[in-house]
Structure formats: structure tokens, C-alpha cells
Ligand binder design. Structure first.
Ligand SMILES: [Zn+2]
Length: 463
């Protein structure tokens, strides 16, 4: 008991001494699309810094101790150790054109979307282990969407706890005249911001679309892979397709950003693969240097997850996968990276679908080796216990080593060594035949239940 108290006091003491967390208060001006940021210190850090190349263009009116000061090459120097406050404002009219063009501004006169690194200047002495609090003050009817962990939201104040993530990670916030709907998907909090602007839209259709797609991915493992998730849906007319854009962000926590055509029907939204793809990315830790793994596994699961919840039937699931595998093979035959491991950028199809073949191969081999005890879904679900909510970048090799450990096999590292390291594209034709996925004379798919591994094929679809 005594040791417990001493340890407890030591912990308290050490936290007090080393934690340099920076709390922020942000006044939101949605009409002028600007932010007024303030941060106070008991002991000021040497400087605040920004990692973005455009942050210096957006920052204005910088004051330390109420006196004007400047930024120099992405740093604002303070009187180190002094007690005091820094304040500055952010002029979002200078934000990069992708998030600030005429079309967006016409449809969203009072909404803004910003990259976090463009406006949040970090303290030079921050402690990775400590969490900072950020409080947004806004008018009633105005909301703020961020990837941070929500503490509380009232009509005029939204508070978050900010977790450390590496400076190079990207994240977005949105603020303006929009609603946030909190969805509970298998005990995970999905904070859905529907940034509609002046577009007429069908709210229940968008809510149902996000609910169905997050549920589909929750069905892969034993629940949705993360406890909390930011989802921003920017409604924007003038693009083709129901969901012209989707991306996963990792800075500060996980966030998914979609651009959605407000005119798309519920049927068109549900038929679109983008959301299932983006949410599937969250089944794996962040592997920025091995995009074949994240894109490949997401491409596989965008189909498997929809099959599991009945959004796709078995035949169309395999049709979509086979069509993808073939697209990847064709691309790999033309402008290929010498090995799948190096596929990126212009080797898009090779990377997406080559990685998806690896996912299928891992799934089949795992089920065969463990007599169905382990499936790829079950192995990924176990990653949840150790590896998803971390502020760490992973390599494919590390992720595969962990999956081997979880499944007590060598299947993942063998696949990596045999198929990813040296070959430009994995072979899949024989495997599909064994699973009973066959093509007739005209190239149409039919399923053969008498095939050697037909039971594995069925388990992949049924979970
Ligand atoms: Zn992707």
C-alpha cells in the first residue's frame, strides 16, 4: 500500500514537472471565415512552430504579451520560461485552392475546411505523453468538426482533448453553419458533420449511407476498429458521381473526409464503393511508406465488407474483385514498378489490386493452415488490441510480423518475402479456380461449389 502511494505521488510529481501541454482557446468567426487563437503558458516554450509551408501566409496579428510580434521562417520566438499568452488570427481566405475555390465559396459562404498544420502552431517543448485541451468558442448553430477526442459540445462551446501524432501526418478541421450527428456504431462514436452550405440535401439518406458503410466495416472485425472517428461530408455540386472524393486523415486521431454530390440519390450513395474503401483503411495501422498494403487491403475489404452485410451478393463481389485483379495485372504489365513493394503514385492499379490479391492469398492460406480458426478478419480484429490507436507509423514488414505473431503462423512474412519483395504482381488465376471462381467461354463468372476450396470462399463472404 505504501509503495502504491509513493508511486502515485511520484507519478503525479513527474507529470507536473515534465508535462508541457499547450492548451488553446479558439474563437470561431464563421462569417469572416477566420479563427482567433490564444494559448497561455506558466513557462513559455522557446518558440511555436508550424510544419506547413503555407501557415505563414495565413497567420496575422501575432501578439505575445499583447505586443505585436512576427514569425520567422515558420517560428514565433517567445521569452522562454516567462508566464504569458500568445495570440494570433488565421485568415482562411488565403487557404490553398483545393479547399478554397470559387465553387466551394459560392456553395459554402459560411463554412471553412482547413488543414490543421496550416493554422495550429505547436509548442517547441511539447511532451508527447501529455494531452492538451483545445476549446472552440462559437455562436449557437455553428459547429466545429475535428479529429480530436470530444470532451464536450454545447451550443456555444466545443472542447477536445488533443493526442500527439507525428508532425508529418495530415488532418482537417471544419467549422461553420452545419450540423454534427453523433452515431453510435457498435460502441464507437462516429461524429458525422454534414457540411451542406446552401445545397438542398437529403439528411436521412446521408446518415443512412454512413451508418451502413461503417456497419459493414464493423462487421469485418468484432466491432468498428476505432473508438472515435471524425467524418466530414462536404456537399458540393459540379462533380461527376455520387462520391467524387474520399480520404483518410490521421493527424490528431482518425478522420475521413468525403466530397459528396448533393444531387445523388440514396441508391447511388449505397452503390458507391468509396466509403466502404475509406473506412476499411482503418482496419490497419498507418503505413505511409507501404501504400500497396493500405490500398490493397482497403480494396479487398471494400468488397468483402459490403458482401458481409448483404450490400453485394456473392457473385457480384467476386466479379468486382476479379475485375480489379485484372485491371491491376494489365497495369502491372505496362508501366510497372519492378516489385509490388515499390508500387506507388503512377502504379496506382498495380498497387491497389496487387495488394488486394495479397489480402485474398493471406485469407485463404490462413484459413487452410488453421482449419478455419483464423480468418484475415479475425487476425485484423486482434490488431485492434495492440496497434490501431497508436501515434506510430508502421511498415508492411512490421505489420505482417505482428499478424504472424497474432496468428502464430509465418503466413504473412512468407507472402511478403515470396510475392511482395521481388514480384511485380502476384498470380491469382490458379487460386481463383481452387476457390471455385470460374469463367465461362464468354468471360462470365460462375461459382463452382464442388471446387476444392469452395468452403473457404463461402467463409470469406459469410464471415
Ligand atoms: Zn485508399
Amino acid at each position: 500500500m505504501k509503495t502504491f502511494y509513493i508511486t502515485f505521488l511520484l507519478l503525479l510529481f513527474s507529470r507536473h514537472c515534465t508535462a508541457h501541454n499547450t492548451d488553446y482557446t479558439v474563437q470561431v468567426d464563421h462569417i469572416n471565415k477566420s479563427l482567433q487563437v490564444k494559448s497561455c503558458f506558466q513557462h513559455a516554450p522557446k518558440y511555436l512552430y508550424s510544419t506547413s509551408n503555407s501557415a505563414w501566409k495565413l497567420i496575422e496579428n501575432i501578439k505575445w504579451q499583447d505586443k505585436p510580434t512576427e514569425q520567422y521562417y515558420g517560428k514565433i520566438y517567445l521569452s522562454e520560461g516567462e508566464k504569458g499568452c500568445i495570440s494570433y488570427s488565421i485568415n482562411t481566405s488565403l487557404v490553398n485552392k483545393r479547399l478554397n475555390n470559387t465553387r466551394i465559396n459560392q456553395q459554402h459562404p459560411h463554412d471553412s475546411i482547413l488543414k490543421i498544420s496550416d493554422w495550429l502552431w505547436k509548442s517547441s517543448d511539447f511532451d508527447r505523453a501529455s494531452q492538451s485541451k483545445i476549446t472552440f468558442l462559437h455562436k449557437a448553430g455553428i459547429n466545429v468538426s475535428t479529429p480530436w477526442s470530444l470532451i464536450n459540445r454545447t451550443t456555444d462551446k466545443t472542447e477536445y482533448s488533443m493526442m500527439y501524432t507525428p508532425d508529418s501526418w495530415v488532418g482537417h478541421i471544419g467549422f461553420g453553419e452545419f450540423e454534427i450527428i453523433d452515431l453510435n456504431i457498435s460502441n464507437s462514436q462516429i461524429h458525422l458533420a454534414i457540411i451542406n452550405g446552401n445545397n438542398v440535401f437529403n439528411k436521412s439518406s446521408i446518415i443512412d449511407w454512413i451508418t451502413q458503410m461503417t456497419n459493414a466495416v464493423a462487421n469485418i472485425g468484432n466491432g468498428f476498429p476505432l473508438n472515435e472517428l471524425q467524418v466530414m461530408v462536404l456537399l458540393l455540386k459540379g462533380n461527376n458521381g455520387a462520391v467524387p472524393w474520399g480520404q483518410v486523415n490521421r493527424s490528431g486521431g482518425s478522420g475521413v473526409f468525403f466530397v459528396v454530390n448533393p444531387n445523388s440519390s440514396h441508391k447511388e450513395l449505397i452503390a458507391d464503393w468509396t466509403a466502404a474503401h475509406e473506412f476499411s483503411h482503418l482496419l490497419l495501422p498507418y503505413t505511409p511508406d507501404d501504400r500497396w498494403l493500405s490500398e490493397g487491403f482497403a480494396s479487398y475489404h471494400q468488397n468483402i465488407s459490403r458482401a458481409r452485410t448483404g450490400l453485394l451478393n456473392e457473385k457480384s463481389t467476386w466479379e468486382k474483385l476479379l475485375a480489379g485483379f485484372e485491371r491491376g495485372q494489365k497495369a502491372a504489365d505496362k508501366h510497372n514498378a519492378p516489385a509490388l513493394k515499390y508500387a506507388k503514385g503512377r502504379n496506382r492499379m498495380q498497387m491497389y489490386w496487387g495488394g488486394a490479391v495479397i489480402a485474398l492469398k493471406a485469407d485463404v492460406a490462413l484459413q487452410q493452415k488453421t482449419n478455419g480458426h483464423f480468418t484475415l478478419s479475425r487476425a485484423l480484429d486482434k490488431l485492434n488490441d495492440c496497434c490501431l490507436d497508436t501515434a506510430q507509423e508502421w511498415t508492411a514488414r512490421e505489420t505482417f510480423a505482428r499478424l504472424d505473431k497474432i496468428t502464430n503462423t509465418r503466413i504473412f512474412s512468407q507472402l511478403y518475402n515470396q510475392e511482395v519483395k521481388y514480384k511485380s504482381y502476384p498470380r491469382y488465376q490458379q487460386l481463383l479456380k481452387e476457390l471455385g471462381i470460374k469463367q465461362n467461354y464468354y468471360g462470365r463468372i460462375y461459382l463452382d461449389d464442388t471446387a476444392e476450396k469452395a468452403h473457404i470462399r463461402k467463409r470469406i463472404i459469410n464471415g
